[in-house]
Design a protein around this ligand. Structure first.
Ligand code: NAI
Ligand code: 15L
Length: 264
């Protein structure tokens, strides 16, 4: 069991889930977000801080032996916001982890690192990144950081290109990209249980019938997702269908591929 597990972005969708469901992984959960996290339970410590604040992040990581890094801008937005939270912020997390001797990290990357591939293409961990947004590009940077800290310092990271983690798939694209909340939780648990993690890149998806992504090279970590978006297929297909040439029907990144790029 870990002594102290840091969860960044603990106020967000996945952070709230992690806060509820991952308490068993560590004696203490240190929870952090730029927003208010409410009162800490007996097994929790809550720290409000901006990931872009280097000194605050160094203090935040001190004493932690594992990190679930979920914090940051989770959709497209102004470059100043993305670079502060996802580029500077993730660098601060890795450098703080190195200084603190924290050697295992779950990195929430995103399918938007490869969002410009079309939905008829099948990818594995070795696919050349084709980001669809500044957001996707910032996650590509984060993946590079993880790899560099593994190669240079032996710090292990699971680079997880999360598809769409919601209670159920919201549209047809998500029949392929859906990651159920239970499968998200079991993946984080495996990442901290496997004796030798190394630095795999994997796609965070459930055991969906429809799939574009292959995780076979990361089979050694022993994660077996159990849910399948097919259960929701009828419900999803009862909704409106996008035009055949609409971005959400063509690209793996869906509508993100037409987001305006903001230089503010
Ligand atoms: P979210 O937007 O609900 O949560 C992100 C949290 O990070 C928020 O609570 C926010 O306040 C915090 N945050 C933002 N900027 C910050 C800063 N500068 N300093 C400190 N905290 C900051 O996102 P969600 O859905 O929980 O996703 C978690 C992670 O997983 C994100 O990194 C996201 O990019 C990634 N991801 C999520 C997917 C999903 O389907 N939910 C899909 C792909 C990736
Ligand atoms: C992401 O990276 C986002 O964080 C999430 O909100 C979803 O939009 C997801 O990708 C997706 O592609 O469905």
């Amino acid at each position: 069991m870990l002594k102290r597990l840091l969860i960044t972005g603990a106020g967000g969708n996945l952070g709230k889930l992690a806060r509820q469901r991952l308490a068993g992984l560590a004696e203490t959960l240190r929870l952090s977000d730029i927003g208010d996290l409410g009162p800490a339970a007996a097994h929790e410590e809550c720290v409000q801080c901006d990931l872009g604040d280097k000194e605050a992040v160094y203090r935040l990581v001190e004493g932690c032996d594992g990190i679930v890094h979920l914090g940051g801008k989770s959709v497209e937005g102004p470059f100043s916001v993305i670079s502060n939270a996802n580029i500077h912020g993730t660098f601060h997390i890795y450098e703080a982890a190195r200084r603190a001797g924290c050697n295992r990290i779950f990195l929430a990357s995103s399918n938007h690192v490869i969002g410009m591939y079309t939905q008829d293409q099948h990818l594995d961990h070795a696919a050349i990144p084709r980001p669809d947004t500044l957001y996707g590009l910032s996650k590509h940077f984060a993946e590079g950081l993880a790899r560099m800290y593994y190669d240079r310092f032996g710090m292990e990271t699971a680079i997880v290109r999360i598809g769409s983690c919601f209670p159920k798939p919201k549209d047809r694209r998500m029949l392929a990209t859906w990651l159920s909340p239970d499968d998200f939780v079991s993946l984080v648990e495996r990442v901290f249980a496997v004796p030798r993690l190394r630095c795999p890149t994997l796609y965070g998806i459930s055991d969906n019938d429809e799939r574009w992504w292959d995780n076979s090279h990361a089979a050694y970590i022993g994660w077996r997702p159990k849910d399948n978006s097919a259960v929701y297929r009828d419900e999803v297909e009862a909704g409106p269908a996008p035009a055949k040439d609409a971005p959400e029907a063509v690209y793996q990144g869906g509508k993100f591929v037409v987001e305006p790029l903001r230089d503010d």
